[in-house]
Design a protein around this ligand. Sequence first.
Ligand code: ATP
Length: 329
Amino acid sequence: MPRIVLIPGDGVGPEIMESVIPVLEAVADKHGIPLQMEIHEAGDEVKRRRGVALPEETFQAVRRADATLMVAVGETAREVILPIRQELDLYVNLRPAKSYPVPNAVRGFDVTIVRENTEGLYVRSGWTNGDTAVDLRIITKRGSERICRYGYRYAREMAKDRVYAVHKANVLLGCMLFRDVCSSVAGEEGFEFRDMYVDAAAMRLAMDRPFDVIITTNMFGDILADLAAAYIGGLGMYPSGNIGDDNAVFEPVHGTAPDIAGKGVANPMATILSAAMLFRWLGYREAADDLERAVWRACELGYTTPDVGGRMRTWEVSARVRDLLNSGE
Ligand code: ATP
């Protein structure tokens, strides 16, 4: 019986989560998945009330759960997602940027960024004397090996064969190590090794996209993913997963969107698509495909929020997705 933890968080988080729970129930019912859902709190609001952004019971629930779906945490994001990523060793940040039929997306855009999630420039280690600031960028053989292996295996599972390792090995030592490890792993996993410098990859992402999957280090992945978001209609359509060997936390790429919080117009699709990733990761592929199909159909029919050209409210969009799931239309 899969147990999943739900964390609504702050800003648009609670309104999105409230609308999405019936969608999760519908897909679980339809596919006979005996899903157990527990809601837990984390973020700014709980910190204000209880002095801690990630209460111990939330952390333990995430640790014990089969998987977690989180919407967004505000200013305390670092106090929530960073310890979860580190403690549970969620070393993959998987960001599939696929365009759905909304007016502001580029048709046919489909590039997955597989971003290393635990090392690189975001280890938060460095020093400054006021005039000079130094940030350490740590790249290890182990870290590179496991992210590359995940990336090639993911590509095989999803039947994607144009896989590129993206780096800046002409300048950075860490990138040389990353490239060499990726090259060995590609061979072991039966892929032709293809690679590209990150600056060239940014241009090609905007131009002709010779890749289906990009495997890259932490900060390059962060930046390329936001660029990719621009081609799929924005952050409201962009799901992601923080994945380790034994645990995973899925979340939309967007934050708490304070400018629209409480107005009922936040796009729930990124969270619904993150839930589809969660089902796929748990092994429920048909449920995942079904959710993605329902989102596709909803977009085709114009059941969308204003950020992607529609007129519906958050709860209406989620309700239409649920209806499309139930009707199988
Ligand atoms: P945070 O500080 O929590 O990261 P932010 O405003 O800096 O918040 P996002 O929450 O990612 O960053 O929002 C960036 C922009 O995208 C905002 O204009 C926001 O309204 C818009 N946006 C983000 N998520 C959604 C969504 N689900 N639906 C519609 N618009 C969204």
